[in-house]
Design a protein around this ligand. Structure first.
Ligand code: SIN
Length: 317
């Protein structure tokens, strides 16, 4: 039973990977991912310099999901470039420069690295105090991507094997999908990751009459099982729109994956691979082995050799 997949030219032994966020900030954590059953390692979104992030408490989790307002705590992009030398698995560096200028600086360095397999440009962090999510401003996203690809293409020594994708926020109204696609298809993107957490949710601690987290008056990105239906619909809608418009961008699904069945649902909706965030934080890197075994068991019961035989094959009842 195979979980292998391919994102453009990047072959992965397993379609399971971590979401940029939990347990991918330090080299020790990246090495733990290296030693897990995941097919690929994704780094925490890197800024130009080391960042402490937002004040604590900034993460809270219960059985339905999580709320976070981490504020991109990370070691600075050079750390994640240097980390690549210690990793042998496919390694995707997540990038969020905070400003366009910083993003271009980071992208110019990353795209020259032979040991980095790809870049995921994070256009959807909901936790930057005083800033909106870039991918909800389509004009800004367009000019941002234009500058990013101009920078990549003007690096003579760039690693042409690297795949490049963007991490998107959830969209809720159907008219967004063709509009966003019309922008994405202008650029040589290999993948999109849908979805980042649902921005600016609020979880309340009734007993103490407080918010669960401190930054932004308690508002933060909602992840986990709460958001699975939205993740599935974003994957499905982009998958169908890309097919309709003949756009060769692949979709990585993310949001509320806790079990093998969740993975299979995302693949049915059209995902080429999936990312796990909240459940990775809870369970540690062992989550990849457990979920892989659950997927294999399901495939065996259903006489399927490969998970990719299901990709996109969802029927409307
Ligand atoms: C954060 O560090 O605030 C989370 C990152 C993200 O949601 O993009």
């Amino acid at each position: 039973m195979s979980l292998s997949t391919q994102i453009s030219n990047l072959e992965l032994d397993s379609c399971l990977m971590n979401a940029s966020g939990p347990l991918c900030t330090t080299l020790e954590q990246l090495k733990n991912l290296q030693n897990s059953s995941s097919g690929c390692i994704v780094s925490k979104s890197a800024t130009l310099e080391h960042r402490k992030g937002n004040p604590e408490p900034r993460y809270w989790d219960h059985d339905l999901g999580s709320i976070n307002s981490m504020g991109l705590p990370n070691e600075g992009y050079q750390y994640y470039i240097d980390s690549a030398k210690s990793l042998t698995k496919p390694y995707i560096m997540s990038v969020n420069g905070l400003t366009l200028e910083d993003t271009l600086h980071i992208v110019a360095q990353v795209c020259q690295e032979p040991s980095i397999s790809g870049m995921e440009i994070n256009l959807s962090c909901p936790n930057l105090i005083g800033k909106g999510q870039l991918a909800y401003d389509l004009e800004k996203m367009d000019s941002y991507l234009e500058a990013v690809f101009h920078t990549i293409n003007s690096q003579e020594d760039r690693n042409k094997n690297q795949i490049v994708g963007v991490k998107l926020p959830p969209y809720f109204d159907l008219h967004w999908y063709p509009q966003v696609t019309n922008i994405l298809k202008k650029y040589p993107l290999h993948f999109i990751t849908c979805v980042n957490s649902i921005g600016n949710g609020l979880l309340v601690d009734l007993e103490n009459r407080t918010t669960r987290i401190r930054p932004k008056d308690g508002m933060g990105g909602i992840g986990g099982i709460y958001i699975k239906p939205i993740g599935l619909s974003n994957v499905r809608n982009f998958y169908l729109e890309f097919q309709k418009q003949n756009v060769p961008i692949q979709v990585i699904g993310c949001g509320g994956i806790q079990s093998g069945e969740d993975v299979l649902e995302y693949i049915l909706c059209g995902a080429q691979a999936v990312q796990i965030g909240t459940q990775l934080y809870r369970e540690g890197v062992e989550v990849f082995h457990r979920i892989e075994e659950e997927v294999k068991e399901w495939l065996q019961k259903n006489n399927l050799e490969s998970i990719m035989l299901l990709q996109g094959k969802l029927n409307t009842i």
